[in-house]
Design a protein around this ligand. Structure first.
Ligand code: GUN
Length: 283
């Protein structure tokens, strides 16, 4: 049986660390502030944003919620982001995705100044990630790297397979793994033989957003399995991208859903918000 990588417990420790850094900033007269922008009324997005705001208040980060209507135009959102970005008390800006279909997501994201881009989604921060320059990194990939580091799992020279190529998870986690000297293969919906690719993985990161896509029997015995999927089934239960039961019989370590990567994403958002505040306050 695999070791369970307990993201909930680690996230709690990360949040305690963040609280310590917040207290340090408070002593210097800086209250870190994070703006959340939730466009429209998608129920899942509302829950995610609510969770993030609550997590902020628990560690002493001020959160500023903005909830423009679903009918807002791209120009309305760009204008709002410019207004929010001009406020010195707001150090980080998070635009909850996905945006309504008529919105030009790229223009909205690019309106965020890179120094306040706590999701690491702007072209500048994605470019810094690829080149290895310092910059804000996307939260889920940071959470995954922290889970791996805390469990002292080796990365140097291992075969890492990432399933999914989003700019929020798949692409950035691939570059962070590469930076740690893994040999990285990126798979996606058009990959010809996903089972064979997964079967070669010492470390698997499944971030395709498709419940049970990765079959347990594909997992290489002894592999580490990181499941990023949060898929709500018809029964209302959350399921990952990996068949947890059979995969956990083959893996050496595996993240559960829920309680694995999800809580780490929120914890790393808080960490990025504090990092952004510290940088803007002068280091
Ligand atoms: N939608 C799903 N995950 C995320 C995330 O990490 N950040 C943002 N902004 N939107 C999301």
């Amino acid at each position: 049986m695999a070791t369970i990588l307990d993201g909930k417990a680690l996230a709690k420790r990360v949040r305690e660390e963040v609280r310590g850094r917040v207290e340090e900033l408070l002593r210097r007269g800086v209250t870190p502030g994070l703006a959340t922008i939730l466009v429209g009324d998608d129920p899942a997005s509302k829950i995610y944003v609510g969770t993030k705001q609550k997590a902020c208040s628990e560690v002493g980060i001020r959160s500023f919620g903005f909830a423009p209507q679903a009918t807002s135009s791209t120009e309305d959102l760009v204008r709002l982001i410019h207004e929010v970005a001009a406020k010195p008390e707001i150090h980080g800006i998070l635009v909850q995705l996905p945006l309504p279909r008529h919105i030009d997501e790229e223009r909205v994201i690019e309106a965020i100044p890179p120094a306040k881009d706590v999701d690491g989604l702007t072209t500048v921060n994605q470019g810094k990630l690829v080149t290895g320059a310092r910059g804000l990194r996307p939260c889920t990939p940071l959470g995954i790297m922290r889970l791996i580091a805390e469990a002292s799992l080796p990365l140097k020279g291992v075969s890492a397979v990432v399933v999914g190529r989003s700019k929020l998870v798949g692409k950035p986690v691939a570059f962070l793994l590469l930076e740690q000297h893994a040999t990285v293969t990126m798979c996606h919906s058009r990959t010809r033989d996903l089972a064979a690719e997964v079967g070669r993985a010492d470390l698997l990161v499944a971030a395709a957003g498709q419940a049970g896509l990765v079959k347990g029997e594909w997992v290489k015995p002894g592999a580490v399995v990181i499941d990023v999927g949060i898929n709500r089934g018809e029964d209302g239960k959350l399921r990952g991208d990996v068949e947890f039961g059979p995969a956990s019989e083959r893996a050496s370590a595996i993240t559960p859903v829920p309680g694995g990567v999800g809580p780490m994403t929120v914890a790393m958002l808080l960490s990025n918000a504090v990092e952004a505040a510290a940088m803007q306050a002068g280091g």
